[in-house]
Design a protein around this ligand. Structure first.
Ligand code: HEM
Length: 407
């Protein structure tokens, strides 16, 4: 056991976790954090090893609910629905859910979203008008991914605002909020509302089939196997949840990194017609300051890892924020370099069997959005004070990002 070297709730660590994570990675890469009663892993090679090792289980929700549920009906409900998400299941359940859904999210299927995303970005930018100053998070980074997922699923636009709010409420549970006392109640309310909306939508789609992703998922089968009604609803909630805030933070933190590195901004502006450079720049944004700082796993049997003894049921946090800046893999890792060769090795989308199912959609959103944004907005500056950051251990992004620009 070692002394805690990082207080993850300290304001300076929330604002900039990378120096503390870097110290941990170099001094104690398999660290037992007494305060969190969890292992903190920070080296790239250790993270990829854990992601490949079936003794580290992704089934963390059901265990949590069993341990904390008791008489709490909100927590029971959260466990029932969120427990169906593929991301919180191991094989064979995970394999089955992934097989039934991945066809709808492959690169080819997602390509059809390219014009939809471009139209959305153009529209949101037009709404900036000649103001010269807007909150980029509020006006583009948040609305874009929510609208894209809604379009993808065929959710009518008038429900998008509600869905975003409910998804944020659910985040109080899934993203381990550090502040909110009634987080289970808030999260369960959000979940009930989303369940009701998707149940109605699916009922309507079964009666009036179209060609949205929901239609594909209803029709998806593997032999005689299909998604049950409950699984389908849970999956829609997962998509909205997994694809909304993550992508919003990707866009906001990505733009922030560019503005703070004017030489890289210039390089990207000069190469906007080069899709390979734009794609690499997006990878570098996700490596340098990606939305997912840490992902957790549970130890499913007593084992030894990196010279430490881990016990059955121990929790392990895998810090992407540290691994993506591991100097053993990335040259001068604290520098933001949009054409760095190894950018594609970043593990911002996870690794192994749970590699992000929405990876092609998220990439496409960045690769379509950034060129349009940079063509519309010139001389972008960050006039405000340092941003306020999200208050969860798992996900990181600025709550607002005021920008000044010329048209
Ligand atoms: C930049 C944006 C995004 C980032 C950084 C991101 C990151 C991740 C990460 C790290 C995981 C692995 C979780 C784990 O191993 O426990 C994951 C899984 C997942 N993501 Fe994403 N994601 C993004 C966008 C999206 C989008 C747009 C969608 C949906 C449309 C999506 C859907 C999913 C799903 C369904 C899984 C579970 C996959 C599985 O368990 O097999 N994500 N994502």
């Amino acid at each position: 056991m070692s002394e805690d070297s990082v207080d993850f709730s300290a304001p300076d660590v929330i604002a900039d976790p990378f120096p503390a994570l870097g110290r941990l990675r170099e001094s104690d890469p398999v660290h037992w954090h007494c305060g969190m009663r969890s292992w903190c892993l920070t080296r790239y090679a250790d993270l990829t090893a854990v992601y490949r090792d079936p003794r580290f289980s992704a089934q963390r929700i059901r265990n949590f609910v069993t341990d904390h549920g008791g008489q709490n009906p909100d927590l029971e409900l959260l466990g029932e629905c969120v427990g169906l998400w593929m991301v919180f299941n191991d094989p064979p359940t995970h394999t089955r859910l992934r097989k039934l859904t991945q066809q709808a999210f492959n690169r080819k299927s997602m390509e059809k979203m390219r014009p939809v995303i471009a139209r959305q970005v153009e529209h949101l930018l037009q709404e900036f008008g000649d103001a010269g100053q807007v909150d980029f998070v509020d006006r583009l980074a948040w609305p874009l991914p929510a609208n894209v997922i809604a379009d993808l699923l065929g959710v009518p636009r008038e429900h998008v605002e509600d869905l975003k709010r409910w998804s944020d409420d659910l985040g109080q549970f899934v993203l381990t909020s550090r502040i909110n006392e009634d987080k289970y109640q808030v999260a369960a309310r959000g979940l009930k509302n989303m369940n009701a909306l998707f149940a109605d939508l699916i009922k309507h789609k079964r009666a009036n089939p179209g060609n949205d992703v929901i239609d594909e998922l209803i029709a998806a089968s593997d032999g005689s196997d299909t998604l049950s009604a409950q699984e389908l609803i849970a999956f829609c909630v997962l998509l909205l949840f997994a694809g909304h805030e993550t992508t919003a933070h990707f866009l906001a933190s990505g733009l922030r990194a560019l503005v703070r590195h004017p030489d890289q901004m210039l390089k990207l502006r000069a190469g906007l017609n080069d899709p390979a450079l734009v794609a690499n720049a997006c990878n570098e944004m996700l490596r340098f300051d990606g939305p997912i700082v840490a992902i957790s796993r549970h130890v499913s049997e007593d084992l030894e890892f990196g010279g430490s003894r881990m016990k059955h049921n121990d929790r392990v946090y895998l810090f992407h924020g540290a691994a993506n800046r591991d100097p053993r893999v990335f040259d001068r890792p604290d520098d933001f370099v949009i054409d760095r060769e190894e950018a594609g090795r970043m593990i911002g989308f996870g690794y192994g069997i749970h590699l992000c199912l929405g990876i092609h959609l998220a990439r496409l959103e960045g690769e379509v959005a950034f060129p349009i944004i940079l063509r519309h907005l010139n001389n972008i500056e960050l006039p405000g004070p340092e941003p306020q950051w999200t208050d969860t251990l798992v996900i990181r992004g600025p709550k607002s990002l005021p920008i000044r620009f010329t048209n």
